[in-house]
Design a protein around this ligand. Sequence first.
Ligand code: TXA
Ligand code: MG
Length: 317
Amino acid sequence: MVTRITKNISLVAEHLKQGGIAAVPTETVYGLAANALNPEAVLKIYQTKRRPTFNPLIVHLNNTDDLGKYVSYVPKSAFKLMQKYSPGALTFVLKKKRTIPDIVTAGLDTVAIRFPKHRVMNSLIEQCRFPLCAPSANRFGKISPTTAHEVKQDLDVLIEFILDGGRSNLGIESTVVAFDRNVPVILRYGAVTQEQIESVCGKVKSTRNLTIISPGMIKDHYAPQTPLLLYEGNLSSLKELKWDITTLFLKRGQSLRDFSSELFTRLRKADRKNAEYIVAALVDNNGIGRAINDRLKKASSGFLVLEGGEFKIRKKS
Ligand code: TXA
Ligand code: MG
């Protein structure tokens, strides 16, 4: 199959109406989309990504007015968050109605819903007139793509269309939030920060000691080919290191927000250098830093440590 990068929204809408799948732009990362109400189309997403079918997908809607068609209950705090951060990079896990096929939610009784904020994606959904379910448009376990070109690197030949909507300006996935009664529980850190959520609904709950299922939250993800090592020292101390490494650090004076938006592209670039290791440093663990650290930890295979004046590798446990 020849993979075409196109800006023609109606061409892609037509393909989706016929039960096809296509890569589509959003403000967070590119997604691999299908008609969420067509189980056969949705199955193609899992097959193409080689994604295990126990890992549910996010349903993308344009309009909060449509929520009632797909979910049976919206907690008050979810409603407040929606007023503030939708459309945007916040995904809501809510009790589903039977209108959503089981294959979308991997059999769970909840569905993840997001209202994307991207001109091209919004116009695509409008032309389709059905909700689009879409995971990130990468092979399972790989780095999420933030441009049409990055999608092509990963899914070339496997899909017919990549709808080009420019670079995803946030560059990191949405924050996934579930609700324990009325209290938000962050299942995946992302572009909307914990602090932003707490400013609307007070303290969030931690996922520890909770039984909310999130099958996608497995440890190894976003993995580059080159082993990535986390390092606690500073960049200049690596000058002593004689190995063939490439580094991925916050640039001097760079904001965490800017770092998060270029993180995946820099990871891909670092990977292409074919060094022996990528050495990366975690950042302050607050705000968007939590999402950055989450992705770096999942991308890593171990730690680079300095012990008794010697560099050593410690494997991830
Ligand atoms: O920004 C994003 O969220 C992008 C764009 C394309 O919207 N999508 C994305 O999808 O990152 P994906 O499939 O790569 O990640 C979705 C996450 C997974 O970790 C999945 O397990 C979780 O959301 N999820 C989906 N439905 C869920 C549910 N019903 N309960 C708990 N977690 C769910
Ligand atoms: Mg993903």
